[in-house]
Design a protein around this ligand. Structure first.
Ligand code: EPU
Length: 423
């Protein structure tokens, strides 16, 4: 088991380059099942992406990968049931239920894993499959969906909350259905738009309107090439690293209009943020100002950047309040921040952070992906040497984080447990 050794206290300066978005590539890999032949570029090297390729291979797809390019042929798909060995470590394995059901009229998958952020039910996904004409059964921990007639039938589906995963699953299940499907109150995250542009390029007929998405069923999809959008949360992460460490950093290959709520928060904290077409520049002051921020569905402040902004606020001047409105339990990292000397309290859905003058090194443990990245941000500004274990969580969503950080002046090293014991 590897960990990060970080020596805090270095200012960050230079340029980093964002990779393809994890939360866009994962549903698009599931969507490949609907197309005969797909070439993807800007595919990030992440452990969750490797898990998705393992699922595609298990289904029977032919896959060639070369750096950030992947070629997937789906003619050979013969398996339609995913066991827990393939689903238990990744939330987005659940999205294969929709694409397999859409193309093969049946699908089966064990319950999905992923970051533990409180209860993460999939009731909206399953209710929607039923509305489209599938029989959905829980077979002792495995969900089996079977189309009751020869094809699914378009329907109007209203989501009680704009769930990202449910919106994706409905789109994937209904692309080849008979008639039109309407999703009312869908998620509007940029990753949904990326999935829709990928599918439309492959011949789907999907339109996004304000407050709804309309999917007109087509007979089949065709061969397609597509480049994955840049990762807005990776960009937000490097902004947080810079903000917490008196940074002077240019973040390239990103779409700043995908994270305006994040750039607004860093400005409010006293950072100088300059927006360009495909990059964002951030220069942070010696001490940040406290702010209040609440997570909301897009275009609100993203829950995925919540623990990162918290890390930056640990040493801010004044008291900050962060309200988490998307997940029930996304403050686990606060216990690790306290080990570093932070002063914070969790009261229901709110975290109250009293900025301290200094935080100090400690041995801490990443328990989820974004919380892990937030620990990196905090340890970079902690006095002394810290060790972060559990970094496999970080590898799920960031390609070569330590290399990028070193290139902008951080002292961070990945060591294996064995090395750790020797040294
Ligand atoms: N929810 C339900 N029932 C459902 C579906 C969702 O109650 O059937 C609830 C969830 O429990 C949660 C809320 O709705 O409280 C939002 O969940 P959503 O379905 O929108 O999230 P997701 O699809 O499980 C994706 C991202 C997450 C990101 C959220 C919110 C992927 C693979 N995951 O999760 O990303 O936090 O949307 O934006 O796209 C991450 O990258 O670190 C990450 C956790």
């Amino acid at each position: 088991m590897a960990c990060f050794l970080i020596e805090g206290g270095r200012k960050l300066e230079g340029e980093v380059y964002c990779k393809g978005a994890k939360n866009a590539v994962l549903p698009i890999l599931a969507a490949c099942v609907l197309c005969p032949d797909v070439t993807l570029t800007n595919v990030p090297e992440l452990s969750d992406v490797s898990r998705s390729f393992k699922i595609l291979e298990f289904l029977g797809c032919e896959i060639e990968r070369d750096k950030d390019r992947a070629h997937i042929k789906t003619d050979g798909i013969k398996n339609l049931a995913l066991g827990s060995d393939l689903t238990s470590k990744m939330r987005s394995s659940v999205i294969f239920l929709g694409s397999l059901l859409g193309r093969f009229k049946m699908s089966q998958a064990s319950y999905p894993g992923g970051c533990e952020l409180g209860a993460r039910p999939i009731d909206m996904h399953l209710d929607a499959f039923r509305r489209l004409g599938a029989d959905v059964k829980d077979m002792h921990g495995s969900i089996r969906c079977v189309c009751k007639e020869s094809n699914l039938k378009g329907s109007s589906i209203t989501l009680s909350f704009p769930s990202v995963g449910a919106t994706e699953n409905i789109i994937l299940a209904s692309v080849l259905a008979n008639g039109e499907t309407e999703i009312i109150n869908p998620a509007r995250e940029p990753e949904i738009e990326d999935l829709v542009s990928f599918l439309n390029r492959a011949g789907a007929d999907i339109s996004i309107e304000s407050g709804s998405i309309h999917i007109k069923g087509v007979r089949s999809l065709k061969k397609v090439s597509y480049s994955i959008m840049p990762d807005r949360i990776e960009a937000a992460t490097y902004m947080a690293f810079a903000a917490a460490n008196e940074g002077n950093v240019l973040i390239r290959n990103c779409c700043p209009n995908h994270f305006e709520s994040v750039t607004a928060s860093f400005r409010e904290m006293g950072c100088n943020v300059e927006i360009y077409k495909n990059s964002v520049y951030i220069r942070a002051p010696q001490r940040l100002k406290a702010i209040r921020v609440s997570t909301m569905p897009y275009p609100g402040f993203p829950t995925d950047a919540q623990s990162l902004i918290m890390a930056a606020l640990l040493r801010a001047e004044g008291t900050s309040v962060i309200v988490e409105n998307i997940f029930d339990s996304r403050f686990k990292v606060s216990e690790e921040f306290i080990k570093l000397g932070a002063s914070l309290d969790i009261v229901g859905r709110a975290a109250i952070i009293k900025g301290v003058d200094e935080i100090y090194s400690a041995d801490v443990s990443a328990r989820d992906l974004r919380g892990g990245a937030a620990l990196v941000a905090a340890c970079l500004c902690a006095r002394g040497k810290s060790c972060i274990s559990g970094i496999s969580h970080i590898d799920r969503g960031y390609e070569n984080m330590e290399g990028n950080l070193r290139s902008i002046g951080a002292s961070i090293e990945r060591i294996s447990k064995e090395q750790d014991e020797k040294g």
